[in-house]
Design a protein around this ligand. Sequence first.
Ligand code: ZN
Ligand code: ZN
Length: 253
Amino acid sequence: MASNPGRHMKEVLLNTVFPNRCVLCDDWISREKMICNSCEKTVTYINAQKRCLNCGHEKKYCVCLMNVYHFSGCVAPFFNDGDIRRALIELKYGKRLPAVRFFAEQIADSVKKEYVNIPFHAVCFAPTTQRSKNERGYDQAELLAKFVAKELHLPLLQALCRKTKKTAKNQHELSRKERFDSIRGAFVSKRSLNNQTVLLIDDIMTTGASLDEAARTLLFAGAREVYAAVVAITPFLEKEEKDGDDRGDRHRH
Ligand SMILES: [Zn+2]
Ligand SMILES: [Zn+2]
């Protein structure tokens, strides 16, 4: 950089005019970075070596014995905890939009590293309902998918829509089986997928119920195979244990 004072000056000016902030905590950082050093240290990247490639969970949390998913694999850069969890919640409620690009880059990295030699034709996403899209002004899964598609140079297909279904309880109050039952039939395919191999994007995977139903609908629409990729994975077994401990005051969560 010192050998190129012109470039250095340009960067100084850019930093002054367009100062960059960490997409996770808003701390000031240099423009070429997306997250600050302290966030870089605290976020938990998933070690791909320790991951079950079928269900996407860490091997110790593998749920393959409990589920046979319609998707052929799931990858994620992060665990759903700490700053990542907070950022994903904020993203859902209209804040922290700059983090979308960071998350999409991280997903694309995981896809390139772990789905080697899979000839993807297109990127799809598990959409939210039109009603919540209207309320928030955007669909975070769609935004993520858009940037992932761009990173991977693949077309983004609007292949699914989500029916508005009245559910009696919040998702987090449901058991694993109830989650699978409640999401059944939630997606409708909008187009035929003609034997395409599809990368399915969502923000979080917990039980995998919604990804599974989205994948089932895509396969029904003619997709050859569906592989999932999400920002973060919540180890559901751990959560069940935790829920079991404080079953008496579940309504607080
Ligand atoms: Zn930060
Ligand atoms: Zn597994």
